[in-house]
Design a protein around this ligand. Structure first.
Ligand code: TIU
Length: 224
């Protein structure tokens, strides 16, 4: 059984390939690509795009090692019946969820902007969780899939650090999973939120989990 020894903060940990999953959160065009919904809201997507290369390296290494890979996408049914009215109202946006945006209807399943960027596109064998909320466990079958696979540890990548990554890590922590967030593989539109969100995860002895980076993940994999 392959064991990985992983350098991380607040302290190193060891875990098995078989009970580990890589979770790629919401690497969707509308959040990450120039010309998408995120940029239309005035955000600097380059802060998110810096995660793509390290995410590619981590994704490739996880695939090679036979580690379970799961992707998520935030979005809604085309009739928006799964979108809480509060979410639709939020922001008082001129163009918001369900409206025609630069890459199709914003955060609607099946639209161009809703899908995952080509650099990190899921293989047919990799589950894609379509989630209506920020957290990947909320009203999805993620927990069922993880339990069926015997997963105990989550390596977490994706966007944005303080929104969907944080919500998911908190949900996972309360469900008994160990979460390890790779700091160069998660991105925020706000540099100060990136720093604070990562600090929150590893404070107080790792209150929500661990923080490491892609280089240390790749090193742990190559030594296992
Ligand atoms: N995936 C995710 O984080 N969804 C968001 O809406 N993030 C923002 O930062 N807006």
């Amino acid at each position: 059984m392959a064991i990985m020894h992983f350098e991380a903060e607040p302290y190193p940990l060891a875990f098995e390939h078989a009970s580990t999953a890589l979770l790629m959160i919401d690497m969707q065009r509308d959040f990450v690509e120039p010309g998408g919904f995120g940029e239309m809201l005035g955000n600097d997507v380059s802060l998110l795009r810096s995660t793509i290369e390290p995410c590619q390296r981590v994704l490739e290494a996880a695939r090679q090692a036979g580690i379970t890979v799961i992707h998520t996408r935030e979005g809604h049914r085309s009739d928006l019946t799964d979108a809480p009215p509060s979410k639709l109202r939020r922001g008082r946006l001129e163009i918001g969820i369900g409206d025609k945006g630069p890459m199709g209807r914003v955060l609607v399943r099946g639209e161009h902007g809703h899908d995952i960027i080509p650099e990190l596109y899921p293989l047919p064998s990799e589950p894609v969780i379509d989630k209506p909320g920020k957290g990947a466990f909320h009203e999805t079958d993620l927990n069922l899939i993880l339990r069926n696979r015997g997963i105990k540890t989550l390596i977490v990548c994706g966007v944005t650090t303080e929104v969907c990554v944080h919500t998911t890590v908190r949900e996972a922590n309360d469900r008994g999973y160990d979460c390890l967030v790779l700091e160069d593989c998660v991105g925020s539109y706000f540099p100060e939120f990136q720093v604070a969100a990562l600090a929150m995860i590893k404070a107080q002895g790792g209150i929500f989990g661990w923080v490491s980076d892609s280089a240390r993940f790749l090193a742990a994999l190559s030594e296992s």
